[in-house]
Write a protein that binds this ligand. Sequence first.
Ligand code: PLP
Length: 493
Amino acid sequence: MKIDQEQFKTPLFDAMVSLAESRKVSFHTPGHKSGKGISTRFRKFVGPKIFSIDLTTLDEVDSLQKPKGVIKEAQELAAKAYGADRSFFLVNGTTGGNHAMILAACGPRDKVLVARNAHKSVLAGLIFSGAEPIFFSPAVDDNLKLTLNVTYEATIRAIDAHPEAKALFLTSPNYYGICADLERIIPYAHSKGLVVMVDEAHGPHLKFHPQLPMSGVEAGADLVVQSTHKIIGGMTQASMLHAQGPRVDMTTLATVLRFVQSTSPSYILMASLDLARMQMATEGEKLLDKAIKLAAEARSKINRIPGVSCFDKAMVKNPLFSPMGDFDITKLTITVRDLGLSGYQASQILNNKYHIQVEMADPFNVLVIVSIGDRRDDLNRLVDALRDMSKEYHGKPSQSSFIAEVSLPPFGKAGQMTPREAFFRDYRYAPLDESGGLISSEIITVYPPGIPLLVPGEIVTQEVIDYIRKMDRLGATVDGLNASNSTIAVVKQ
Ligand SMILES: Cc1ncc(COP(=O)(O)O)c(C=O)c1O
């Protein structure tokens, strides 16, 4: 890949360093005044320098709310690197980006087709905007009890069944690296007049290596948000939103971003976006090449361990699995069911006994993210630990009765109210076990992977109640209920 020399520039970071080194006297925020007022323990641990670039909006370092200097330049470089018309720095993660995309694309009662494998922030965006979601389901793999992504066919059916819809919202890749077929879906959606938004939280690296799936921007999506912090060099909370084409009003988008973002954005987070973009644009292919090779080596070793397996691209693309768009091979979904362990148990053993922390666990699997920060030694440690666990657990009586219990997530039944209407109605707490038939006023998700079981306005079903109970017993985190998972907020009727 030919490197654009301009991409070596880091205008925001350079301006921050130069301002810090100028040692001007500061009578402005932040109150720690370049670290002089920070707690000694904090300064001792992280060192003094970081505080000298914890800046505020000043002429030298521009304003995120109204960029016209180095932030504007840094965002323009990001847009060029990603192939977008405009790119925006986000300091509240992809969460804030999802809010902004929906607010920019959908107003009250606008119908939006939403692939159900959506993050909680998408639902919050729907509550903010008052838009009316029409959900369609992702495919599932019954063998791995894994939620895949939406198929091309299901998406086209949803589009054709709702000619009144204004927008389409997809999440791709999903947590496990499984993509929707954006390349075929987006042109069809555009031909039907839909604005296409893609939550690409797990894909800020895709653009920079030919062996990775096509990115949302390359596939033509109008709005794409990416968690730069999740996969490449952004600091936690640092994300980017990319926009292109004529379907989204850029002024509205910039306005809603001003609404949802802090007026005191962290310059450290924004600098990390400037540098992460530079790093990807100038040496991303080389760095990702290493990550891809490490993941491939580990996958092949893991697949030789008795009782453990790790699916690959061939399986994701196999029509028997359910035909998916593509697969990010840097994700290792390690299935531990045949060790007689749940993913949650395996994750705890890896953490407590082997000091290895995985990204997440689900009933049958643990998910490992391999990135540009990993070394061969790290992956060898994981493989050795899995070998050890295989010796200890494979072929022995199961450690848990979970296998018989695991089922796929059911969803609430569509009701008459939009998420916004239901959310703002009076509510009461009902015992979860007696909530069948009532209208949820909360977003209920089971982590991981956080796909919403209930959305405000949906009717609670017995299947959802049973599923929550089961997943709670298995060790999953249920989000949206009370602390003991015994009551649920429902609309007062
Ligand atoms: C698909 C998806 N979208 C959005 C988010 C939220 O991203 P962030 O943590 O950057 O706010 C996540 C976080 O896990 C996610 O998995």
